[in-house]
Design a protein around this ligand. Structure first.
Ligand code: HXC
Length: 285
């Protein structure tokens, strides 16, 4: 479906691109010709990720890294300015950076709720507004892709801050798709189901027993391959999808059809066992 120049001429920023799904999608973009910038909180992680991206990139592709916490509006602005200077222009933004943890909602601290909402919702706003202003001021067209979740619509037990924040990101997708459509800015989102990563798996499916129960929810009976997600992201970033905006594409092997992603905890496990397990995962003061 793609050719080596599917994204040639585009420069794309991937937030949270130093590992996991962000890194896989960044590799996908560079492998079909896009210049790619990845940002995240840890410089060392970004440097080794950049080497991985460069290794699969088309010849001549530039890969940049920028250490930033997407919660910091001004620092995001500094990053955006630098990337435009170094690439010459910026055509794509993939809002992938996220935070999440499992916890009974009645025991989440205000700061725990705020941390996730700050990263997911405010972080997405910070990057999107800076990018949108750049595009509008320079009269350029661009594409914004937001990573949401399959529980954006249904909600899900034990991930309250993430469910609330991702629903907000979905609202940002549809709101801005219409408002900024007139500038030629497209805004879409992807709701990925189970694509194993170190970060998400250890936090959200911490035991073998839970992983087995979870897999039974997936209609296709298997987890996703990172390449499958990267292909969808590449399509949505490319001009092949030039008439799509305000859309959310789910890629989850049918997982969402069995109900809120982590509702299985409510039906399959004792509440007391869960509380003990989730509390053990909570950072110690
Ligand atoms: C209860 C918790 C907690 C836990 C953190 N907190 N972990 N509360 N249970 N397991 C609380 C802390 O006690 C603290 O509140 C507050 O959250 C902030 O924690 P910090 O560690 O100080 O904050 P910070 O360093 O900013 O970390 C943010 C984070 C962390 C979201 C809490 O987990 C993180 O950085 N995550 C990034 C990577 C990640 O989460 N990846 C997974 C995304 S995948 P107090 O009150 O004590 O100060 C995803 C896809 C879903 O979302 C689908 C998968 C199948």
């Amino acid at each position: 479906m793609f050719t080596p120049d599917t994204l040639t001429g585009k420069s794309i920023l991937v937030t949270g691109g130093g590992s996991g799904l962000g890194l896989s999608m960044a590799k996908g973009f560079a492998s079909v010709g896009a210049n790619v910038a990845i940002c995240g909180r840890t410089e060392d992680k970004l440097k080794s990720a950049a080497a991985e991206i460069q290794a699969v990139a088309q010849p001549g592709v530039k890969v940049l890294t920028h250490a930033v916490d997407v919660r910091d509006f001004d620092a995001v602005g500094v990053m955006m300015k630098r990337l435009v200077e170094e690439f010459g222009s910026l055509e794509g933004l993939l809002n992938n950076a996220a935070g999440n943890f499992l916890a009974p909602s009645e025991s989440i601290s205000p700061n725990g709720f705020k941390s996730v909402v700050d990263i997911v919702l405010h972080g997405t706003f910070n990057c999107t507004q800076h990018f949108g202003n750049y595009l509008i001021d320079s009269g350029r067209q661009g594409s914004i892709l937001n990573i949401v979740t399959t529980y954006t619509e249904t909600g899900s037990a034990f991930v309250l801050p993430s469910a609330c924040a991702k629903a907000g990101v979905y609202a940002m997708t549809t709101t801005l798709a219409y408002e900024w459509g007139t500038y030629g800015i497209r805004v879409n989102s992807i709701a990925p189901g189970p694509f194993p990563t170190e970060g998400a798996w250890s936090r959200l499916l911490p035991t073998k027993e839970i992983q087995e129960a979870y897999l039974k929810k997936v209609a296709l009976g298997r987890v996703g391959k990172h390449e499958e997600l990267a292909n969808l992201a590449t399509f949505l970033m490319s001009d092949m999808s030039a008439y799509m905006t305000g859309e959310c594409v789910t890629i989850d092997g049918g997982e969402r059809l069995s109900g809120g992603e982590f509702n299985l905890f409510v039906t399959n496990f004792e509440r007391k066992t869960l509380k003990d397990m989730f509390n053990a995962m909570r950072p110690k003061k």
